[in-house]
Ligand binder design. Sequence first.
Ligand code: FES
Length: 187
Amino acid sequence: MSFSLSTNHDQVVDELIARYPTKMAACIPVLHLCQEQEGWVSPDIIQFVADRLDMSTSQVKGVVTFYTMYHQEKVAPNVVWVCRTLSCDLRGAKTIQEHLERRLGCGVGGTSRDGKVTLLKAECLAACGNAPMIQLNDEFHEHLDIAKLDRVLDELGVAPMPAELRTAPPVSSPSSAATAADQSEEE
Ligand code: FES
């Protein structure tokens, strides 16, 4: 099934193209626009952007796989990135990740029981001084501990963790060892 943008978004593409000396230069913002509408960057979107910006599909895919902010698979309406690089790890990021896995009921790369949140692992998000931290959609939540993390999840409407899961081992999945960057490199 082919992809098309809404009329409003399509007009924005025209405006974006007009800002740059070449159509190709608008690739990043046009991909953001498509992801905003669709929730992820599907193969049909890659074809659409290639056609619209006079690029090859491999050029567009090169951009999509380089930047981890583009979702190459469908995700939930909310995405949590847990930073697992050194500064965050030294300040308890493993505990943060394990709590997220228990409360959401999914491992890294998975989606919560209620379908509201996809959990991903990130390389350093450049907030090391305020570690440990997560990115929830476009917002950083820093200086985290379990109580603060629970408040963030409560505000998002994630169901409280069942009592029996509080001491259960974290959900593990084969993908839990892989960061989004790892996933990009594998492609
Ligand atoms: S190590 Fe987590 S923000 Fe830098």
